[in-house]
Design a protein around this ligand. Structure first.
Ligand code: SF4
Ligand code: SF4
Length: 215
């Protein structure tokens, strides 16, 4: 899922000014991240009201990143959207752009930062798993991704800075190259690491449009 973090409240307040504001959340990733679900939208509405910032209405889309679906879901909110000066979207950047595309005449602002594609480790805790590089290499590494999970994206690691299985960049984080080695050793596949991987072809990360027929 797409992991988001709510922007600093002061930054959000500066973006919305004196309103009126219409709030949009997302029932999927942003809900699980606690950044744009029903609870967060309700909390923001209450907070804005306490600061005398008018809220014209709100909706939690399901999901925010589906243009046609969002268009349908927002139809009953036409009057509320119309009376808003600002639309604040508490979803990933894709969700913000969906809403902006639906209301080109409105000022649409985002209230979160999208960080990465991640795994739910436990409730409310997420770890990076993928940075959407467009050319998945994980089969070469026993199913673990060094592009996303090594801060240096080393394809031929480790870097030499790991200590006790931890990353030199962040001692709370496991060195993914330590994990790759351990994992491949268990599977008797250490031979995979003998191949020196060429520099990554980042041109494949630049796709801007695909269709299912593309497969
Ligand atoms: S190799 Fe690329 S596509 Fe595959 S998991 Fe890593 S970042 Fe994602
Ligand atoms: S210690 Fe491991 S995870 Fe950290 S930068 Fe070096 S190779 Fe990457």
């Amino acid at each position: 899922m797409i992991i988001t973090r709510q922007k600093d409240l002061q930054e959000i307040l500066e973006k919305i000014g004196s309103g009126p504001v219409f709030l949009v959340g997302c029932n999927e990733c942003a809900t699980l991240c606690g950044t744009g679900g029903k609870d967060e939208i309700t909390a923001l509405s209450t907070l804005f009201a306490s600061k005398k910032i008018p809220v014209s209405g709100s909706i939690v889309l399901d999901p925010a990143c589906h243009l046609l679906n969002s268009k349908q879901l927002l139809k009953p909110c036409a009057a509320q959207v119309d009376s808003a000066q600002i639309i604040l979207v508490m979803a990933c950047g894709n969700g913000v752009q969906t809403v902006a595309e639906l209301y080109p005449e409105k000022q649409v602002v985002g209230g979160t930062d999208a960080l990465f594609i991640g795994e739910v480790i436990r409730a409310g805790v997420f770890e990076k798993r993928c940075s959407l590089c467009g050319d998945c290499l994980i089969d070469k590494y026993g199913g673990l991704c060094p592009v996303a999970r090594c801060p240096k994206s080393m394809l031929n690691g480790p870097c030499g800075g790991a200590a006790n299985g931890k990353c030199e960049i962040n001692a709370e984080m496991p060195c993914v190259w330590d994990q790759i080695y351990t994992h491949l050793k268990k599977r008797n596949q250490l031979y995979l690491l003998k191949a020196v991987q060429p520099p990554k072809d980042w041109s494949k990360s630049r796709e801007v449009k695909v269709s299912r027929d593309h497969q």
